[in-house]
Design a protein around this ligand. Structure first.
Ligand SMILES: C[S@@+](CC[C@H](N)C(=O)[O-])C[C@H]1O[C@@H](n2cnc3c(N)ncnc32)[C@H](O)[C@@H]1O
Length: 188
């Protein structure tokens, strides 16, 4: 696959591999939240593969599937919500939070990551996967993309620790992770 060929098939083709990679990372988490879930493909994949309790939120429900069950009957949730205001989610109610190809579209990233920090349990992990600036995505869609260091700074400012960003998939995808710290009293 040649990422230099300005062809959006590149991203469609790597999508299943990214889902598997995310799945391996969050396989031990029971409650997962996907921010900017779009058509809920990742939500469905995680619910089907690991039987987790997975909820996707998106500011638009235009791409939501009408059926919210995997082939084996596991239910998953897709909710129309702004990720900056997730009042339905209690403090510490997610074991992992993921967001794929969505952060660059989100108008209030600081507010969204503060909300993610509130909802993630202490010790839980967040994964932000997006197109990096100057990637093939920029040639294809010319949106305003972040550099990994910018997402790292946003995560640290929101209170996450052990933040690490890298570029993968022939440098066409940015992968940034961080943890919500455990409290000093050892709360987990
Ligand atoms: C490029 S799509 C990616 C969808 C999906 N995550 C995927 O991997 O295909 C970005 C999504 O972010 C959603 N979005 C943008 N701002 C949002 C916000 N404030 N809260 C929730 N979703 C938002 C858009 O509606 C859109 O569905």
């Amino acid at each position: 696959m040649d990422p230099n060929a300005a062809n959006d098939d590149f991203y469609e083709q790597i999508k299943p591999r990214l889902h598997r990679r995310i799945g391996r990372e969050v396989r031990l988490a029971h409650r997962i939240l996907d921010l900017g879930c779009g058509s809920c493909d990742l939500v469905r994949y995680l619910a089907a593969s690991y039987g987790q309790e997975v909820t996707g939120v998106d500011i638009s429900d235009g791409s939501f599937p009408s059926r919210r069950h995997t082939a084996d009957g596991s239910h998953y949730h897709c909710l129309k919500r702004d990720a900056a205001h997730l009042t339905f989610a209690k403090d510490g109610s997610a074991d992992a939070i993921v967001s794929m190809w969505a952060m660059h579209e989100m108008a209030k990233p600081e507010a969204i990551l503060r909300e993610a920090h509130r909802i993630l349990r202490p010790g839980g992990e967040i994964f932000i996967i997006d197109f990096p600036r100057d990637s093939l995505a920029q040639q294809l869609w010319n949106e305003d993309y972040y550099r990994p260091g910018e997402i790292e700074a946003l995560l640290r400012n929101a209170g996450f620790e052990q933040v690490q960003g890298r570029v993968i998939e022939q440098e066409q995808v940015m992968w940034v992770r961080g943890y919500r710290p455990r409290s000093r009293t050892g709360e987990s």
